[in-house]
Design a protein around this ligand. Sequence first.
Ligand SMILES: Cc1cc2nc3c(=O)[nH]c(=O)nc-3n(C[C@H](O)[C@H](O)[C@H](O)COP(=O)(O)O)c2cc1C
Length: 277
Amino acid sequence: MMKLYASPLQGFTEAPWRNIHHELFGGIDAYYTPFVRVEKGEFRNKDIRDIEKENNKVTCLIPQLIASTPAELEKLVGLFLERGYREADINMGCPFPLLTMRHKGSGILPYPSEVKVLLNELAHYPEMKFSVKMRLGWEYYDEWRQVLPLLNAVPLTRIILHPRIGRQQYKGMVYKKELRLFAEMCQHPLVYNGDLHTPDDIRRIEEEYPDLDGVMIGRGLLANPALDRVGQGHYCPLPPSEPYVRVSPHTAQAFQSLCSCAETGSSYFLFPLFFTG
Ligand SMILES: Cc1cc2nc3c(=O)[nH]c(=O)nc-3n(C[C@H](O)[C@H](O)[C@H](O)COP(=O)(O)O)c2cc1C
């Protein structure tokens, strides 16, 4: 059966959202954290809080890192190992110009030699498994063609592909033809990510690409936190109100508000509600 992964969305899917989603809905094979990064040589406190085991109640949590140099990768993997993680994800998809201009996220995709240097580092961590979450490219939809052979050459648990380019951010056409070519050439388990908002969307992608390892859902899961129910064999999500009766009305209301503002703007202002609820 296809696996279901919860996408990382910085500012939305931090520990409070993940914990409550897991408690109320479940059905997710792994939650990915928003990326942890090194900023002026340091970690951000909020990133550390987000991955601390004591703040996380979900069964499977995979911390994500963003890095463009071996030194950054080393520091971040060191942090994850120290905090008890044995699996991590490498972000090669982030489209934010401030990061891509430093060859981070999708900004590394036009530079296969830099990808190679980064991937060579992975061999230093036999105790750690790695996955890669990526786009087709930063500027051009075929940049992946230079990068995928490098990814195929190292052990990865999976590749999660959002088949857009960085310049598109999160909108615009999905490159279906490239996705098919990517799927044919990819030697790792492949997870599809992008624009899955309804059970039918999930079913369609499953039918089109039966060899997929799974799907990763971001905005769709925020808008309809019961969307993952499709993974349990029935394609009819629960009415949104039903699971909320299991928690205090205060918490339920906060969760619902968080989900409904997901596509419109930042949700930081809602987080205090979770801590006081
Ligand atoms: C506000 C916002 C923050 C995001 N933060 C991250 C992140 O930290 N790491 C990451 O890999 N992707 C991040 N993404 C991308 C999502 O994980 C996902 O790939 C994207 O939203 C497309 O999937 P969807 O259509 O299911 O939402 C972010 C997207 C948004 C809109």
